[in-house]
Design a protein around this ligand. Structure first.
Ligand code: PEP
Ligand code: MN
Length: 355
């Protein structure tokens, strides 16, 4: 059940409601309100609550209406909010919108890892020239082996901020620990929560409660079901941050020819289940640069709100994920194809004539 709080409720009514919510949830979790479409809302699982208290809550004068949602994830569900959410990224001078009913797909591009000032600034300028709207780059890298390059850390964040000043592109970068959320949010326009951390619940809560409320791009866990993924998104939204973008980046499979198995079915499926935008990462999904252009087109044709692509000026010398990194020239070709494809997809098809 979702409770929508009356915008005109008095402060006494609100205080009373919050007190009641605290009792109802038996102080099991902090009572957080989330603002969605200018309304304060809170979701509860009725099966966990005392029936009489539930009635008391639904009839409370501070409650405008209640919405019944039967799925385990609630605030992210289309049963609560129909239509597609629009997530605004970047400050007013460089705003990019991801999602929504009719916005064009957004291309996020940049190196897997921030390696040096020269590498990042060169790539950032090339990414901008190729027509991408956001710059990516990992400062903190979750590497499988402890002996691999782990990223430049806070120095990488400084370089990303410099690249944003230089190009005007908002930046997205990964945060791996709850205690680093505020620091990363000071530099980044979007927080990336990586596949390996999709169920790092303290991290999800920290990104949800963060003071700066940066949009969060939540990548699908390496073997996560759709429901687990949506519940992970629900953690962030229920903690107070409604601005979540889902990113399909391939799931673990048995075949060794590609790094992962790109689950494109999830793109239209998620549009039935959630109002959150869904973007696709063909770089991590395939692990092979030669497959990235085709799977980029396929992702947009399937309805993705955007792409995140790894780009390196010299992929063979990349410190991380070079095999799947494309060149700036290849990025430019993909951006142009996506623009054409978007026009084709928007074109109304004539109805076949009935014989
Ligand atoms: C990345 O984007 O570089 C990354 C580490 O992605 P994932 O979490 O999907 O593996
Ligand atoms: Mn990578």
């Amino acid at each position: 059940m979702i409770l929508v709080i009356h915008q005109q409720s008095s402060s006494e009514e609100r205080a009373h409601l919050l007190n009641l919510l605290q009792q109802v949830t038996s102080n099991q979790r902090p009572v957080n309100l989330t603002i969605i479409d200018e309304h304060e809302v809170i979701a509860l699982d009725e099966s966990q609550l005392d029936a009489r208290k539930c009635i008391e809550l639904t009839q409370h004068p501070a409650i405008e209406r209640t919405v019944q949602v039967t799925t385990p994830y609630k605030l992210v569900s289309t049963a609560f909010k129909a239509g597609r959410s629009r997530i605004h990224v970047g400050d007013a001078s460089r705003r990019v919108t991801i999602g929504g009913e009719d916005s064009s797909p957004v291309v996020i591009a940049g190196p897997c890892a921030v390696e040096s000032r020269d590498q990042l600034l060169t790539t950032a300028q090339a990414v901008k020239a190729a027509g991408a709207q956001l710059l990516r780059g990992g400062a903190f890298k979750p590497r499988t082996s402890p002996y691999q390059f782990q990223g430049l850390g806070v120095e990488g964040l400084h370089l990303l901020a410099e690249a944003r000043e230089l190009t005007g592109l908002p930046v997205i970068t990964e945060v791996m620990e709850p205690d680093m959320v505020e620091t990363v949010a000071q530099y980044a326009d979007v927080l990336q929560i990586g596949s390996r951390n999709m169920q790092n619940f303290p991290l999800l809560l920290a990104a949800g409660r963060s003071r700066l409320q940066r949009p969060v791009m939540l990548k699908r866990g390496i073997s996560a079901t759709i429901e687990e993924w949506l519940l992970a998104a629900e953690y962030i939204v229920a903690a107070g941050n409604p601005n979540v973008i889902l990113c399909e980046r391939g799931i673990r499979s048995f075949d060794q020819h590609t790094r992962n198995l790109l689950d494109l079915t999830c793109v239209p499926l998620l549009q039935e289940l959630t109002h959150l935008p869904v973007i696709v990462d063909p770089s991590h999904a395939t692990g092979r640069r030669e497959l990235v252009p085709t799977m980029s087109r396929a992702s947009i044709a399937a309805g993705a709100a955007g792409l995140i692509l790894e780009v390196h000026p010299d992929p063979t010398s990349a410190l991380c994920d070079g095999r799947q990194s494309i060149t700036p020239e290849q990025l430019q070709a993909i951006v142009q194809e996506i623009q054409l494809l978007t026009q084709v997809l928007a074109r109304k098809m004539p109805l076949p004539s009935v014989a």
